[in-house]
Write a protein that binds this ligand. Structure first.
Ligand code: 4AD
Ligand code: MG
Length: 465
């Protein structure tokens, strides 16, 4: 008989008809007369209840149906007497695909800690919480592709292996086939990469932006959506060494239009979650973060604050004067830390903030320099609970200014010739941003740690699974 997925079975009106489902047993309980099996197949957070009549099945027959076992079940779909579900299945036949020894299966108990579940990341998708998170993750990916497709953007595939450090922060993972046990160096003590796989040193990309700009200079509006890698030794609940980034790049827009895009896009994604993931959100709202759904609604209903960095610093210094204690300093010119960002967003304004016009020296080389010569047209979006969720900017389109900045920062010119060609030939004003996919996931799920919104997190000292 053809399998019905549980999300459809639960909505079915074919009462009295035979139905066939497959899934993993969440629990089995009962009494002398009946056994109740809660079955889940991942299609929804909800289980279907299967009722086994003990005059038809012996306890011995049902014994392998323990928490974690995988079974198929056939039976009559009937209206349910119990609360919480409209239908259930009266078991007529079943097959055990795989048992799960109750002495050894680690997901027996409820309320296991997130830390423990990380050590069994290969099994945690079978919990309610991670099932919900990963279904939402899929939905957010669909939201992103749909948004850009509907707005006339092209999905542009930028390389994962590259020779350029877009952010200039020196946080790249090297890619080499050289024998690391026998590295030859030249007379200056430098490694010779000419005989390496790519004939030069290469690394995993930290951002698809530079190549994305090349796409925008031909197709007008593009976006990337792929993995990015940063060898930054940050052990925080908001950093991963491998994370996914969405990077739209758009020709002919200015700073205001860029901020409009950032705000519209993020609201679209949050609205998508509310429209398509309510069962999972309700679960997370109940068990993970009681304020979640309210916070999601408030973000789509509110206008984001647009705040120049300099004004932000004034607000922070005013707060310090009034007794607020921060761990890190906040003088003009400092990079804001997440405590500063969260103070502005959560305490001062109580809503998302798009911070603009940062000091030139704390931002990357490609940002458009303002008339004052001191600030650049960056437009980061700061979110409650998260801090920075988007990093964006207008790009410096002027060849001479960009070239001077590359010189000033001593970025090796020979590596950047192709990037500079966009400013040599048909240069156009353009802008773009990068959204950290897992930071969006943190916001949308209410999860506290970025390691718990990606199936297999990569962090310092951890590449298990
Ligand atoms: O601010 P970032 O470094 O900006 C860029 O990479 C630009 N090239 C983007 C662009 O303009 N096209 O990173 C962008 C976003 C951050 O705002 C943050 O959400 C996320 O990427 N991010 C990280 N997420 C998880 N782990 C990390 N280590 C991250 N580093 C940045
Ligand atoms: Mg940034």
């Amino acid at each position: 008989m053809k399998r019905t997925v549980i999300i459809d079975a639960l909505k079915s009106t074919a009462i009295g008809e035979l139905i066939h489902v497959c899934g993993w047993v969440r629990s089995r309980r009962g009494n002398k007369n009946v056994s109740f099996i809660a079955l889940n197949d991942g299609s929804t957070i909800k289980n279907i209840q299967i009722v086994a009549d003990l005059t038809k099945f012996s306890e011995e027959q049902l014994k392998p149906i323990t928490t974690g076992a995988c079974i198929s079940a056939t039976g009559l779909l009937v209206a349910s007497q119990g609360a919480g579900q409209s239908v259930e299945i009266q078991l007529t036949d079943f097959e055990v695909f795989g048992t799960a020894d109750p002495e050894k299966y680690p997901l027996q108990k409820k309320g296991l800690s997130m830390e423990f579940l990380r050590t069994i990341a290969h099994l945690r998708p079978r919990t309610n919480t991670f099932g919900a998170v990963f279904r939402i993750r899929h939905n957010m990916a669909m939201a992103i592709h749909t948004y850009f497709h509907e707005h006339g953007y092209f999905y542009f595939h930028t390389p994962l292996i590259t020779a350029s450090d877009c952010e200039g922060a020196g946080q790249m993972f090297q890619v080499t086939t050289k024998n690391l046990h026998n590295l030859k160096k030249d007379e200056n003590g430098q490694i010779d990469y000419s005989d390496d796989f790519f004939g030069r040193s290469a690394a995993l990309t930290v951002s698809g932006q530079l190549e994305g700009e090349l796409g925008a200079m031909a197709l007008g509006k593009i976006y990337t959506f792929g993995p990015t890698f940063r060898a930054e030794n940050s052990n925080t609940p908001r950093h991963l060494a491998e994370f996914w980034m969405i990077e739209p790049e758009v020709a002919f827009i200015d700073k205001d239009e860029l901020m409009d895009l950032e705000e519209d896009f993020i609201k679209y994604c949050v609205r998508w979650a509310l429209d398509n993931c309510m069962d999972d959100l309700e679960f997370l709202n109940q068990f993970v973060d009681k304020g979640l759904i309210e916070r999601l609604r408030s973000v789509i209903d509110t206008e984001f604050v647009r705040l120049p960095y300099t004004e932000g610093i004034n607000i922070l210094q005013e707060a310090v004067k009034n007794g607020k204690k921060f761990e890190f300093p906040c003088q003009w010119g400092d990079d804001l830390s997440s405590e500063h960002e969260r103070y502005l967003v959560e305490q001062h304004f109580g809503k998302p903030v798009i911070m603009t016009d940062y000091p030139r020296d704390i931002k990357a080389f490609y940002m458009k320099i303002n008339e004052d010569g001191k600030t650049v047209q960056g437009t980061d979006v700061l979110f409650p609970q998260i801090g920075e969720i988007i990093g964006g900017s207008v790009r410096e389109a002027d060849f001479d200014k960009l070239n001077a900045e590359i010189d000033r920062r001593q970025i090796p010119m020979k590596d950047m010739w192709w990037y500079l060609d966009t400013r040599r030939f048909g240069a156009a004003p353009h802008a773009g941003f990068g959204l950290g996919f897992e930071r969006l996931m943190l916001f949308v799920t209410g999860m506290q740690n970025i390691r718990d919104v990606i199936p297999f997190p990569r962090t310092p000292k951890n590449a298990e699974f």
